[in-house]
Design a protein around this ligand. Structure first.
Ligand code: SF4
Length: 471
């Protein structure tokens, strides 16, 4: 990513796109309904959330120990572990593994981390053909687009858009129904699977105890990516570790119900190293690339490290009124919605994403639905304070906020200020202001600025409390 993320500018454009808003409204409404049904019927849902939070917190506080255990277990099962400090290093590692394997084609299953590090571009620049095999990601790749949701990458597209795209690239009829489109994608991808040398996946979880990569999916493509090619490379952020295999009993129901509203996803793969001599299927080589890319810096920050507990389920996006109106692309990078507003400034630097912490009404809906109870609103407020202290807002706004803070800290000053405001308004004629100037003009774009009440709440309260008024 280069340059500064312009959330405000992009959201104005997105708000004017009626088709996008309709697509987002329908999809998020549907996902919210599924979330409600799926979580209501899960007994002990709240207790599971508490347990998941505890496990995540504990793991992050002992991450060094669990990462070392994970490395030892992967090696003991014949796998190779690679450590990557940042995105270029992670891409270089994957390219090198592909080159050593003499790979010409790589197939990939859905992975937000590989989006984050720009892996597809790096592979293509190295002359390696890379093909996305998750249906949504396949559409994104064909259209040279970007995913706009953590689990529904083409939430911003309509069926007609996909039909038109497939007709151009795969030769299906222009208005083909969904079944024809999926059949065409499957036929195309089957051929690619059979010729691929390398399979690349992310990881939903990494189990320290067994050195396993856990993949959760519905299409079966990740299963094929990890079994057909002769080399499997899993690329994962270091925060994906959980201590024990039995912890999956806590995380899997939470992840699947929060993401898609299912009881369980169609495929859950637990992969521990390459194929063993007694096994008929599976890759001969297994590599795990553990990526930092600023995660240790986030971990070192006690105010913001909670963000590393994220399961990437997407529930907070579906619940967010801002995301529902502007969509994922508006957030300017890989991660959209509330989690993107918190994570992106930390991964790309707050100076490149100073508007994102403000991309929220702080209504708290994201915190309500998060399976690990991540307090996104708290972190957004914290990041806003950082934007201000790093000079991310103009002098006029800073002065206005300082003055307001000075007034609000003292009851006497507040009383004096409200009396003054009422006096000024009386001169003005007690009318609402229809258009403010300068910094405040955004307020009156869509609403009037009303005159202050003739009496403050305290004045009314005092009067109401008088014995003669109450009798
Ligand atoms: S913050 Fe919570 S709700 Fe949002 S994607 Fe992460 S785990 Fe899911």
């Amino acid at each position: 990513m280069s340059g500064r993320i312009r959330f405000r500018e992009c959201s104005v454009r997105a708000l004017q796109d009626v088709r996008l808003r309709e697509a987002l409204r329908r999809a998020t409404e549907d996902l919210r309904g599924k979330w409600t049904r799926a979580t209501q019927e899960l007994p002990h849902f709240e207790a599971l959330r508490d347990r998941a939070k505890q496990i995540k917190m504990h793991t992050l506080l002992h991450l060094d120990r669990y990462l070392e255990q994970l490395e030892a277990q992967v090696q003991a099962r014949g796998g190779v572990v690679h450590w990557a400090r940042d995105a270029p290093e992670a891409c270089a590692v994957v390219v090198e593994i592909c080159r050593s394997a003499g790979a010409r084609t790589a197939v990939k299953s859905k992975s937000m981390l590989t989006e984050e590090i720009g892996l597809n571009r790096a592979l293509m620049q190295a002359g390696i053909r890379v093909v996305e095999t998750d249906l949504g990601e396949f559409v994104v790749q064909l259209d040279e687009d970007r995913p706009s949701h953590l689990i529904a990458p083409i939430i911003h597209k309509r069926r007609e858009d996909v039909a038109e795209l497939f007709s151009r690239h795969l030769g299906t009829p222009a208005h083909a129904p969904v079944e024809v489109l999926t059949r065409a994608a499957r036929a195309h991808l089957r051929q690619v699977f059979l010729t691929a040398d390398v399979g690349i996946t992310g990881a939903n979880f990494l189990v320290a105890e067994t050195g396993s990569v856990v993949l959760v999916e519905n299409e079966g493509n990740a299963r094929m990516v990890t079994t057909l090619p002769r080399v499997h490379i899993a690329v994962a952020g270091i925060e994906k570790v959980i201590p024990r295999l039995r912890d999956l009993a806590v995380f899997l129901p939470l992840l699947v119900r929060s993401a898609t509203g299912q009881k369980l996803s169609s495929y859950i793969s637990v992969i521990s190293g390459p194929r063993r001599p007694t096994e008929a299927d599976g890759p001969g080589e297994f590599h795990l690339v553990l990526v930092d890319n600023r995660r240790t810096a986030v971990l070192a920050d006690p105010d913001l490290r909670e963000v590393l507990q994220c399961l990437r389920c997407g529930a907070c996006l579906n619940a967010c009124p801002v995301y529902e109106r502007v969509g994922g692309h508006t957030y300017g990078w890989v991660y959209g919605g509330p989690i993107g507003a918190v994570l992106t400034p930390q991964l790309v630097g707050i100076s490149r994403a100073p508007e994102l912490p403000y991309a929220s009404t702080l209504c708290g809906a994201c915190r309500e639905v998060c399976p690990v109870r991540i307090d996104i609103p708290r972190m957004l407020v914290h990041l806003r304070a950082r934007v201000v202290s790093s000079g991310g807002v103009g002098l006029a706004e800073r002065l206005a906020m300082r003055t307001l803070g000075w007034v609000l800290r003292s009851p006497g000053r507040y009383r004096l200020g409200s009396r003054l405001a009422r006096a000024v308004w009386r001169v003005w004629g007690d009318r609402p202001i229809r258009a403010l100037g300068g910094l405040r003009q955004a307020w009156t774009h869509a609403r009037d600025f009303p005159p202050p009440a003739s009496r403050t709440f305290r004045e009314r309260w005092r009067k109401w409390r008088k014995p003669d008024r109450r009798s």
